[in-house]
Design a protein around this ligand. Structure first.
Ligand code: FES
Ligand code: FES
Length: 912
């Protein structure tokens, strides 16, 4: 019989965790996951879905893998539990293989994943590709590292020895990811893993409908829950109610009189424990009247449509009497110009999808005094700092943002969400406050814009583009967020990477009673390419021209302006197109029943902004780089360390990159638009050049030579008598000379007032994607035999990281192409909230073969001629796949995703 503590109802259990015994008192309903994290203090096991679908919480219990979120701590009584933190040989081999193959990106899924991989290894199935796919399929990786993981398992099964770290220059080599090991052994601290003294836990109170009038809120029952500290509604907060947003200041910290999207909070509970906060939230009674919700483009633009935002929220906006948030027109040439022999038309639907980072959003704020500390895994810490300072009327020096590495961002963690609300509650109750959202709540707060595009495209009989006439409606949410910019940037390149003599692209961002739409990998481009590449294939079929040939014919060549008057094509894009075709085997005979498709797309890189870097060269040859870029899986820190290591000839383990603290690291505008390698990379290179200058001055002073007699290049001080390695020089001289050297560098691109995007893009991300598929016409299922993606990257500073980013983007693209879409009910409620009902790709959805290629011509604006990467492979997944399906089946589908049901229905229609 177990001991039960009378007063608390807790039960004492004995756990053997990673070989150490623990006697712990636990409530009977405590999950094993919470027990491990909160009672044992091992935070390697993560919580994402909490329903047994994601595998982030995977541990082993008496030799069996379990999802610890579904297992009660009392069930583990007397059992041996192994977590990702364990030291054992198999785990060590798996971790090494994961790191060496580039399987570790953001790392949030990795502790669970290595546990699943270890079980496969123990079952001696690591060499069985089918068993590996099956064995890892219960673990979701939104960074899309699956292909790398397959390779890791092959390495492990072959007992391949750990490769030696490269010697000599590291730029251009597959250096292991900085911070990767901590992600693989569970020691990396993500936001929810942080322990803050005396923190209060918050829980949001929401309604089950999107649009509702709030008639009353009765919190009396909730107040009776022991441990409740505060229950706050909009009227309890300082008035006028705080509104915020990165572009429009339209989002209230809490809904006041009405809610405008499903999941918008109407009250918030603060309590001593998260369990108390959750219990109290369920007891708050909200009387409300459901109001008509507009959730699609037709409804939102109908003449009698209810306004999502009251006109007073949009002062001086001529469109405030409508649901149109903004509109843009990009046009050149003359649409009526003669010459089109064939005109193709189409209406293309791109679904509403969500980011589904495996780390749900979380926020901690300590606003007890005039100083404020904000912990947020945000992509733009400095913009958050500015916004909080403005909202709370504090000097910037009084707001410190600590940004733990995000467990995946993909654009969803760019802009503030609940930081202002958490700060307000912290001020009220005089304690630090913490709000960690569930995955379901995260779904309710970020998503991609859904889009409907109507296109008419003219071609000559030879396949030359004559005109492109497009209308693109981006369905944004209840608040503007950054979605107007998504619409602007996506539609600006709405004619694609082609020489288009005449074009008009009209685009609108349309408000609706849905989750606020924000940035999402590709930033409006995957939507547009779905349409313009669909048109290209329609034309190819109509004209009897091969899909590769029609693209090759129209593709802009280096220097050609895709939007006349703007920046020209910055690469030999035709090389990527040809390479993808070759890698797919485009010209080889097509097996019976198979189809092939190919597509291209461009995305404008960052246009403006500032990145600062500071680099310290210490007396023992260590290097510290201060760079305010968030490392959310793209591996920015690794690239920065590589640049600094080569600048001084320092080994990688002598270089530290500091980020994530606005009080310690200089300003960097943002981590988005694939800008970090170019913007921050250049800033770091300039800081290193600054140090090279200082080293030359120091050498001149010490040697008595003239400065002109000395030069410094990567790793070497060139003196007249002999070159001296910088490391030797520094270690011998710097301590007594003065201590250390500090270099600074920055990259800034000015904004251009009259440019539609605020400035010309610093670079383009160009990608070509190609597929070979077959389709089971009885079920509509698509089998991908080969998936090829090729990016024009300028220079791959770390080819392994480029590859893993491309593969991740490609797999994310498969999500919106084949399975993902948020389903809304009649009251605008999301019906497939969470991992049980919203599917993202698993290992079982992986193509039979996924091949990544790169084109390097050193023609980018970043260090060594690099361009930004990481979004390219998502840009045109959908049209390439659809073209392959069309060739395999003869059915052309213009709406995504290509679910088995949609494909099957299209086949049935064909056969009628
Ligand atoms: S958190 Fe346990 S399976 Fe997702
Ligand atoms: S590394 Fe798997 S979710 Fe990021």
């Amino acid at each position: 019989m177990k001991e039960t503590t009378e007063m608390s109802g807790e039960i004492a259990i004995d756990l053997m965790v990673n070989g150490t015994e623990h006697r712990i008192a636990v409530p009977p309903n405590l999950s094993l996951l919470d027990c491990l994290r909160d009672k044992v203090g091992l935070t390697g096991s993560k919580e994402c879905c909490a329903v047994g679908e994601c595998g982030a919480c995977t541990v082993e219990m008496d030799g069996q893998l379990v999802n610890s979120c579904l297992c009660l701590a009392v069930e583990a009584d007397g059992k041996a539990v192994t977590t990702a933190e364990a030291e054992d040989e198999d785990l060590g081999s798996v971790r090494d293989a994961f790191l060496q193959t580039g399987s570790v990106q953001c790392g949030f899924c990795i502790p669970g994943m290595v546990m699943a991989a270890r079980a496969i290894l123990r079952d001696e199935k690591a060499d069985d590709a089918v068993a590996v796919r099956e064995g890892l399929s219960g673990n979701l990786c939104r960074c899309g590292g699956y292909n790398r993981m397959f390779e890791a398992m092959a390495r492990v099964s072959a007992r391949q020895a750990r490769a030696e770290a490269p010697t000599g220059p590291v730029v251009g080599t597959d250096v292991e990811r900085s911070g990767g090991r901590a992600r693989a052994d569970g020691s990396q601290k993500f936001l929810a893993d942080l322990t803050i003294d005396n923190v209060a836990h918050l829980k949001l109170v929401t309604l089950p409908v999107a649009h509702a009038r709030i008639d009353g809120i009765d919190a009396s029952a909730a107040w009776k829950v022991p441990g409740v500290l505060d229950i706050v509604t909009a009227v309890d907060l300082p008035q006028p109610l705080m509104h915020f947003g990165p572009v429009y200041k339209d989002r209230p910290v809490l809904a006041a009189a009405e809610t405008r999207h499903h999941g918008e909070p109407v009250a918030v509970i603060a309590a001593e424990t998260k369990e108390a906060a959750e219990e109290a939230a369920l007891l708050v009674e909200v009387s409300y009247t459901a109001l008509p919700a507009v959730t699609d483009i037709e409804a939102a633009t109908a003449p009698e449509a209810p306004l999502v935002q009251p006109p007073e929220l949009r002062p001086n906006d001529p469109r405030s009497g409508t649901n149109i948030l903004n509109e843009r027109v990009t046009e050149w040439g003359d649409l009526d110009a003669p010459g089109a022999d064939v005109v193709v038309e189409g209406i293309y639907g791109f679904p509403m999808v969500t980011h589904f980072a495996i780390e749900p959003h979380g926020f901690i704020v300590d606003a007890r005094s005039d100083r404020m500390t904000v912990w947020s895994p945000v992509q733009h810490p400095y913009l958050l700092q500015r916004m909080m300072a403005d909202l709370f009327e504090l000097p910037l020096t009084s707001v410190q943002v600590l940004a733990p590495d995000p467990g995946g961002g993909f654009g969803g963690k760019q802009n503030p969400k609940f930081e202002p609300l958490v700060a307000l509650i912290s001020r009220r109750i005089g304690r630090p406050c913490r709000l960690v959202l569930t995955l379901e709540e995260t779904f309710q707060n970020v998503r991609r814009t859904a889009t409907r595009m109507k296109m008419r495209t003219g071609f000559t009989k030879d396949g030359d583009l004559v005109f492109q006439d497009a209308e693109a409606d981006y369905l944004v949410g209840a608040y503007g967020d950054i979605s107007e910019r998504v619409m602007a940037k996506g539609s600006y390149l709405g004619a694609g990477p082609y020489r288009t003599p005449n074009a008009r692209i009209r685009a609108r961002a349309i408000l609706s009673h849905t989750t606020p739409a924000t940035a999402f990998r590709g930033f409006g481009t995957p939507q547009m390419s779905w349409a313009y590449e669909g048109q290209m294939d329609k034309a190819a079929r109509a004209l009897g021209i091969d899909g590769l040939a029609i693209r090759m014919r129209n593709l802009a060549r280096k220097g050609d302006e895709v939007v006349p008057g703007d920046f020209g094509a910055d690469g030999h894009w035709e090389q990527s197109l040809q390479k993808a075709a070759d890698l797919l085997g485009w010209q080889t005979p097509l097996p019976e029943g198979h189809g092939r498709g190919i597509a291209v797309a461009i995305k404008a890189g960052a246009t403006t902004g500032l990145s600062n870097a500071t680099v310290r060269l210490l007396a023992d040859g260590s290097v510290v780089v201060y760079a305010g870029t968030s490392d959310m899986g793209q591996g920015a820190r690794t690239i920065f360390a590589q640049l600094a290591a080569d600048a001084f000839g320092a080994p990688m383990d002598r270089v530290t990159v500091v980020s994530g603290d606005t009080s310690a690291v200089p300003f960097d505008l943002q981590t988005s638009a694939s800008r970090s390698t170019v913007f921050m990379g250049n800033a770091i290179s300039k800081a290193c050049e600054d140090l090279h200058r200082q080293l030359a001055e120091m050498a001149a002073e010490l040697s008595g030579l003239e400065l002109e007699q000395i030069s410094v290049t990567n790793g070497i001080i060139h003196l007249p008598e002999a070159p001296v390695p910088i490391m030797d020089f520094v270690c011998a001289e710097l301590r007594s000379w003065g201590g250390e050297l500090v270099g600074t560098g920055r990259m800034r691109r000015h904004s251009l007032k009259d440019h539609p995007l605020g400035g010309t893009p610093a670079f383009f991300e160009f990608n070509c994607t190609a597929f070979e598929v077959s389709v089971d016409e009885g079920t509509g299922e698509i089998l991908i035999h080969r998936h090829v993606t090729v990016g024009d990257v300028g220079k791959a500073l770390n080819p392994l990281q480029v590859e893993m980013q491309d593969e991740g983007a490609a797999i994310m693209g498969l999500g919106h192409s084949m399975m993902e879409h948020l389903v809304l009910g009649e009251n605008g409620e999301i019906r497939n909230l969470g991992a049980l009902d919203y599917r993202i790709p698993t290992t079982k959805d992986m193509p039979l073969s996924l091949v990544t290629g790169i084109v390097e011509n050193g023609d980018g604006p970043g260090p060594y001629g690099a361009k930004g990467v990481s979004e390219g492979a998502i840009l045109c997944t959908a049209p390439a796949l659809a073209a392959a399906v069309a060739q395999a089946t003869g059915v052309v589908i213009d709406d995504l995703p290509l679910t088995p049901e949609r494909v099957w229905r299209a086949v049935q229609t064909r056969d009628r």
